[in-house]
Design a protein. Structure first.
Length: 358
């Protein structure tokens, strides 16, 4: 399967390594900065591979190379534009989070993917964490009974040097803040576990320390689900002096689980009324990761490849990407209007937050 990468920034190494691990035919990389392409290829041991073409224009790359699968790892503000172009040229797509910066664009991606018959996956790779998969299995088997409540906490650090590396970070047009960039994976997991059907969202966002940004460095929210469960979200880049944790709690009438680690890769608490032999294995489970991105990219790529070959919906599809985006945008809107926001969210974009913290 012919694969190409668009965008060679911070997360691109995970994409290229996932392509290598899945033995894809890497035919091209694309970035407006040649140096980023060369550094990425060198870091992945592909610097001497002359078969891999380098492009500064993704449209020209698609025209010349006709890839079967493209992953998009550019600045967030370009995700939707590039994805739509790929879809309209019958190319399957993996889109880094967030899949878009507006509900309108997310809906258009879903609509166009159906029209052109291509597979689109939102890159929420933490769904493939071992701990996350075990939790999802327990929910699907009904081991919690009725769900009561849950929470996600993304307590990380991002200092000024991080934002100086790329001027688009923390802007409303290209990025958003801690909730959109750092916390959206945890938000995806929380809402997925509770069924994704949300009644309303009430959120508060602040810019406490990162006064050089446009967007928030902390956001908190309360979510009410249609099944009666409630949940809280805390996402911040203000933790001193380094990343502390990403934790996910699920509480039910017959079960309690806490996932921990830096990227929900560990099982800290695993208690159920119906005791099983495998529960002792899950207690204390720790999946080793080299960074906060976890190990899920390779498995997500494998699933997308299989979905293309067998003409099925990817495990993490475009609808999943839209759901996570909708919650973040609902929190933003709630902060803007000072009221809870009922879902589904009518069209809203990060640009409507412009000037909030000026």
């Amino acid at each position: 399967m012919k694969y190409a990468l668009i965008g060679c920034g911070r997360i691109s190494k995970n994409h290229l390594k996932a392509a290598l691990n899945n033995k894809l035919d890497i035919i091209a990389v694309c970035d407006i900065l040649e140096g980023k392409m060369e550094k990425l290829l060198q870091d992945c041991g592909l610097g001497e591979d002359k078969k891999i073409k380098r492009y500064e224009n993704y449209q020209k790359m698609l025209e010349d190379m006709s890839p079967d699968l493209v992953s998009i790892a550019t600045e967030s503000g370009y995700h939707a534009e590039i994805a739509l172009y790929c879809i309209e040229h019958n190319v399957n797509v993996i889109i880094e989070k967030p899949m878009a910066m507006s509900i309108e664009d997310a809906d258009l991606i879903i609509k166009k993917a159906e029209k052109f018959g291509v597979k689109v996956s939102a890159c929420h790779q933490n769904r493939f964490n071992i701990a996350v998969q075990e939790l999802r299995k327990a929910i699907d088997e009904g081991r919690f009974g009725k769900l009561s409540h849950g929470s996600v906490h993304v307590r990380w650090n991002r200092n000024e040097a991080y934002y100086e590396q790329a001027k688009w970070r923390g802007t409303w047009e290209q990025d958003g803040g801690a909730l959109m960039n750092q916390c959206i994976h945890g938000i995806d997991l929380l809402c997925w576990m509770f069924g994704d059907e949300i009644d309303n969202v009430y959120g508060v966002t602040k810019q406490q320390f990162h006064k050089y940004l446009q967007a928030e460095d902390i956001g908190m929210a309360v979510i009410t689900f249609k099944n009666g469960a409630v949940a809280t979200i805390e996402g911040t880049t203000n933790v001193f002096p380094k990343n502390l944790e990403e934790t996910l709690y699920v509480f039910g009438e017959r079960g309690t689980v806490k996932l921990g680690g830096t990227s929900t890769n560990n099982i800290d608490v695993w208690e159920f009324e119906d005791k099983r032999i495998e529960d002792e294995i899950n207690k204390g489970l720790e999946e080793q990761t080299s960074n906060v991105y976890g190990n899920g990219h390779t498995l997500l790529f494998a699933d997308v490849v299989d979905s293309i070959k067998n003409d099925r919906t990817p495990y993490v599809d475009a609808v999943a990407g839209r759901n996570a985006l909708e919650v973040v945008l609902a929190i933003y809107k709630s902060q803007k209007i000072g009221e809870k926001v009922t879902l589904p969210l009518e069209n809203f974009t990060t640009m409507e937050m412009y000037g909030l913290f000026d």
